[in-house]
Design a protein around this ligand. Structure first.
Ligand code: MN3
Length: 209
């Protein structure tokens, strides 16, 4: 199937001043679109042409000769997930079952935020910072380049893009400033909760046994 570019779930100027309209226009309309177009071009005459995006990811993740397809497919998936990981008027603290699970996994919400900020700020080079479910606990992980939790048996709840194109026009090299803006004002906890519930429906993820 042809993979389509997902629309932003908000206006281009909706995340300003933390992420500017200019950044979102370049990031979504140029970078994300380029991954979509490249992926469609790469798979069109292969046996992956009819596969869904998730199928492409699973079938190419460990194949050295399909690295280019995997990278573009993963960047398509990651960016769509990232747009939904942010929202205008987001940030702050989660509540309900998600907050309980974060406290159970990190100690408290502040410790989670510090861990996320430190791991994301300290990640070397391009990549992604994630809040994931790994078994019965939540973890913060970072991945390099296009790599993503889906192919490591983790369930993604939230992600933040750590490639320079995500923040350089706004804060240049100050990645920690971008991360602070995201944590304080943009993180979409409702989306994280939806991912947890959807994933946990058959897992009884809060059971301690
Ligand atoms: Mn990006």
């Amino acid at each position: 199937m042809t993979v389509h570019l997902a629309e932003l779930p908000y206006d281009y100027d909706a995340l300003a001043p933390h992420i500017s309209e200019t950044t979102l226009r370049f990031h979504h309309d140029k970078h994300h679109r380029k991954y979509v177009d490249t992926l469609n071009e790469l798979v069109k005459s292969t046996d992956l042409a009819a596969a869904s995006l998730e199928e492409i990811l699973r079938r190419t993740a460990t194949k050295a000769d399909a690295k280019k397809i995997f990278n573009n497919a993963a960047q398509v998936w990651n960016h769509t997930f990232y747009w939904h990981s942010l929202r205008p008027g987001g940030g702050g603290d989660p509540d309900g079952a998600l907050a309980d699970l974060i406290r159970d996994s990190f100690g408290d919400i502040a410790k989670f935020k510090k861990t996320f900020r430190d791991e994301a700020a300290g990640h070397f080079g391009s990549g992604w910072a994630w809040l994931v479910r790994d078994g019965k606990k939540l973890k913060v992980v970072t991945t390099h380049d296009a790599d993503l939790p889906l192919v490591h048996g983790h369930t993604a709840l939230l992600t933040v893009d750590l490639w320079e194109h995500a923040y350089y026009l706004d804060v240049q090299n100050r990645r920690p400033d971008y991360l602070q803006g995201v944590l304080d004002h943009l993180l979409n906890w409702d989306f994280a909760h939806e991912n947890l519930v959807r994933d946990g429906e058959s897992l009884a993820f809060r059971s301690k046994s």
